[in-house]
Each structure stands twice: as C-alpha cells, then as structure tokens.
Design a protein around this ligand. Structure first.
Ligand code: AVI
Length: 322
C-alpha cells in the first residue's frame, strides 16, 4: 500500500498592511478622513522640509529664534547630569541648539520611527558632541511606555518641538503628555513647542502658501496611496483646502473632490460626490494659558513660557511621583 502523504496547502499568514487598513477604514466612513501620520513618507518628509522654509510658514523660524534666544534660560531648568529625550527627533536641528546651550546634559536620546535617519544623525552628533552619550531609539514615541535602559538611572529632560502636539486631538495630546510624564519621571522638565492662536489671516497664509508646496504635501497622501497601494487617484481631480476653524481653534486640511468620481484601491471602490472632502489634518492652536491648563490636567506643572507673539516654547515640570 502506498502511503499518501497529505500535503496541506499552507496559506501564508495574513499580513495586514496597517497603511492599507487605515486608508480603507478612513475612506469608508462619512465624513472621509486619512490619518496625518501618513504624510511623512520620503516624498512627504521632503515636502514638509520645504514648508518649514516658506516665507508664510512662520512656526519653524519662530521656534528656532526662541530656542536660540532663550536656550540658556531653558536649559538652566534641566536637572543636573540629565539625559535629554527628544520625541520624534528627525534631524535633531532644534535639539542641537539646546545641547549647545546646556552644560549639564550628559546624554541625548533621540526617538524616531525612522531607523536609517536616526543612525546617520547619531554618527554626526557623536562627532559634534564628543562628550555626550548618544542613545538613539527606533520607536513610535506615541506608544512608547518606558525610558531606554541606558538612561534609567539618570534624571531626565524631555523635548517635543515643532508644535507636533497640535496635530493631536486635545484628548490625545493630554494622553501623550501623561505617557511622556511616565517616561521622563518625577523631577523631569519637559520643553514643548506650541503654535499660538492668532489672526486667521496669518494662519490661513501659513497653510495656503503661494508656491503651492502645502497643497503638494496634502496631495502627496493620494500619490502615496497610488504608489504603495496601487490606487488610481487622479491628483488633478482633487484640491487642497485649508482653513481656520476659529470655534475649535484649529487649522483643518482637506482634499476636495472636484467632481463626482470613483477611485479603486486594494480591491475596493470608493465613491466621491462632487465637492466631497477627505479630512487629512488638524493643527490645533493654543493660547499660553490653554496649553498650560492642558499640561496641568496631564500631571505637569507649567514653570515658564517664552513667546515671540506667534509661537510659544513651554517648560513644564513633573511634580507627581508616577
Ligand atoms: C508637523 N506639523 C506641526 C505641521 C503643522 O503645522 O501642523 C504639519 C503641516 N501641515 C501643513 N503644513 C505643515
């Protein structure tokens, strides 16, 4: 008798592409939305870098000016011998200003999701700051819970520049501040860059620049879906819309369909009415007071805020033992 070996066809484990899952989920509800974290692929990060140099986009220039001017005052608040932890470090341009101003920092911990970038930058930092211990951490800082082991015994300071906190919903911002408090620990100082509510006209221009770079940045989300998920978005049939929603104190970015159309991606058909929009980003703007209230409610005591009237840099202290 010939024994037959049962060869079971083994299906490869289902691999869920989180980008595909989030895109389908966001485009299947009304109103349609896409999570802003997907702006930052290679092309999107390069476009964002261009945005930071635009004449209309004041936040980067303002914050750099504040850090340069008040760096010594800001870093004088840091606990002696501390490790500086930066959430979402990128090229660490802004941290370098603090590191140059701070005599008492012993270690720098840039946290970023992009490992390649982080390692390259760490090599440059080691060369430029030979006395500093550099411990890059590849992680999603929004879900991280503990400080890296290398700095577990050191007092800590935190840095979250760029008003990235404004891209969180206020309840998410509070949750992030709480988690950062748990990572940084009692006695820590947290330096947070926060864009301020101001004349709607200045805000409007910052997100509707003449050169159209912000429009390209917004539309790159659809281009990315085409590139990575085999979508067939016609970029000519969508428009960049950005406006200030004063009631909610936020800039809203949307992509508006210029006509009735169907789009295919990942074996799914998405229908658009003429004028229907995809909500792609909120950028909340705070007053000094409203941000300090948010911080207080998240376990942080505001120590001081520096401003040029457009942007603010806050120093907070973690007083609770958590
Ligand atoms: C990264 N983030 C703080 C920027 C902002 O201003 O909300 C993203 C951006 N979106 C359009 N322009 C810049």
């Amino acid at each position: 008798m010939i024994m037959q070996t049962a060869v079971r066809a083994r299906r490869p484990p289902e691999t869920v592409n989180p980008f595909a899952a989030d895109v389908i989920a966001g485009l299947s509800v009304k109103p349609k939305y896409l999570p802003p974290k997907y702006f930052y692929d290679l092309a999107g990060s390069a476009l964002f870098e261009r945005i930071t140099h635009l004449p209309e986009y004041y936040p980067t220039r303002s914050e750099l000016g504040l850090l340069q001017k008040y760096g010594p005052a800001i870093t004088s608040l840091f606990p002696p011998g501390c490790a500086l932890v930066e959430f979402g470090a990128g090229a660490s341009t802004k941290a370098r200003i603090l590191l140059r101003a701070a005599a008492s920092v012993e270690a720098y911990v840039p946290i970023d999701i992009s490992g390649d970038f982080l390692q390259k930058d760490a090599a440059r930092l080691r060369r430029d700051f030979p006395h500093l211990a550099i411990h890059p951490v590849v992680a999603d800082f929004t879900t991280m819970l503990e400080p890296p082991a290398e700095i577990a015994a050191k007092p800590r300071a935190g840095f979250f520049p760029g008003s990235t906190i404004g891209n969180f919903e206020p309840h998410e911002a509070a949750g992030f501040l709480r988690r950062a408090g748990a990572i940084l620990g009692a006695g820590a100082v947290f330096v947070v860059g926060v864009d301020l509510a101001k004349s709607p006209d200045i805000l409007y221009r910052a997100y509707n620049d003449e050169e159209g770079v912000t429009a390209k940045f917004n539309l790159n989300l659809l281009a990315r879906i085409n590139r990575e998920l085999g979508g067939n978005f016609n970029l000519e049939a969508f428009e960049h819309h950005a406006f200030y929603n004063a009631e909610r104190s936020r800039i809203e970015m949307h992509l508006a369909s210029t006509k009735r159309q169907k789009v295919r991606l990942c074996d799914t058909t998405i229908e658009f009415r003429a004028g229907e929009t995809i909500h792609t980003e909120n950028s909340y703007k705070y007053s000094i007071d409203s941000f300090q209230v948010l911080a207080l409610g998240s376990g942080w005591s505001p120590i001081k805020a520096w401003t040029d009237g457009l942007f603010s840099v806050h120093a907070l202290r973690m007083t609770e033992d958590r």
